[in-house]
Design a protein around this ligand. Sequence first.
Ligand code: 5AD
Ligand code: SF4
Length: 446
Amino acid sequence: MKVYIETFGCQMNVADSERAASGLRRAGYELTDSADTADVVLLNTCSVRERAERKVYTRIGELRAETVDRHKPFIGVMGCVAQLEGASIFRSSSDVDMIVGTRATDRIPVMIERLQKGERGLIDLNERAENEIWDVSPVERHSPHVAFVPIIEGCNKFCSFCIVPYSRGREKSRTADELVAEVKRLKEFGYKEVHLIGQNVNSYRPKTTRGLDQVSGATPFSRLLRAIAETGMPRIKFTTSFPRDFHPDIVSAIEEYPNLCDWVHLPVQSGSDRILKAMRRGYTSLDYRRQVERIKTANRRLALTSDIIVGFPGETEKDFEETLQLVKDCEFDSLYIFKYSKRAGTPAASLNDCVPEPIKTERFLRLERAQRDKQDRIFQGYVGRTLTVLAEKPSTRSAADLVGHSSCHKVVNFPGDSALEGQILDVTITAAKTNSLYGQRAEVVH
Ligand code: 5AD
Ligand code: SF4
């Protein structure tokens, strides 16, 4: 049996697909990278905004059309849409054979066995079993150089716009000793970078302190950062940070360890205190500015990126102008801007003061322009400077170039052949584009 997994959405979904693939291969299934030859197609779905959610139905339609002349593969829907919509997916699409919730990834092999025996309409929305361990084989990782390491699953925040607490359940942290062992193993396999991932990494709170006892720090997360840094993994990045729980000790840890990278992603969502309150974020614009102050006064320059939602219900022109001002003041290295998308079941879905679509679009564009101005200046400021870049893969734009990320998480393209892939190199920046930098190799440093 050949299984094909297609992944939509965030890094957590990528990590889940890697975990599912590892389990399937262990159970004797073959993984393939095309739906054409697959006996089972698994769609790992995202529901953070309406547009992401609709993709799964478009994709099921395409699969039906593509496989019309041959034996139809089993189709499974996994991930956030599966968890949220459950059995109603069977009613929306008769092509779907099974539904796999966000914590049922390890049970997929057994579910496929049942499909083979003729059962249909399988559904598993249950929690992970107690004895399940996060085990991902290197062959299933999305990159041979950069590995995602989930440290916490789920979210307890219940921001009023967000579906994640419903699709991914309550926060559950992995123990530090397990994480340190995983990062050591990845280092032995030759990985150069890990991303510690979670919906809110600052809430990291394992059941036991095993693996943290010898490390200092003001919060379990800043202690974990130090413990992971001690493994000697060349580069460590983490995402996503939640402003209310972002402790300044995280910046201190970064200052102490050069292998903790020069980048913090700290989504602010809005610059208006009124809207932040309606979003139930638990901080004010001033609180956020204080966090930014600590990040910007670190002993080396840290890149700062953020997320903003425009057009949250009730957002007035004045609220929006406060967001605009905050974006101008914070000088983000990059910014992900989203138009508010109503998610059924969230507290904000019952607010009726909706912002009309054309106003959302206008605000989106104004914010994008303001950010572009700041970002151009920041990116131009890198010209002439030398950054350490992990050469990840050939550039899609030019066969002579490689592409990678700097320690400050900028996309950097530079001339180089594939023999350099997986190396951390010094690259002197010669030109800045809108969302990437271009440079020339200075010298090999590792
Ligand atoms: N509408 C628009 N954007 C959203 N996000 C989360 N939920 C919604 C929603 N309902 C955005 C937030 C979050 C990012 C991952 O997606 O900005 O930080
Ligand atoms: Fe959603 Fe808020 Fe949790 Fe982020 S912190 S995943 S925005 S509920």
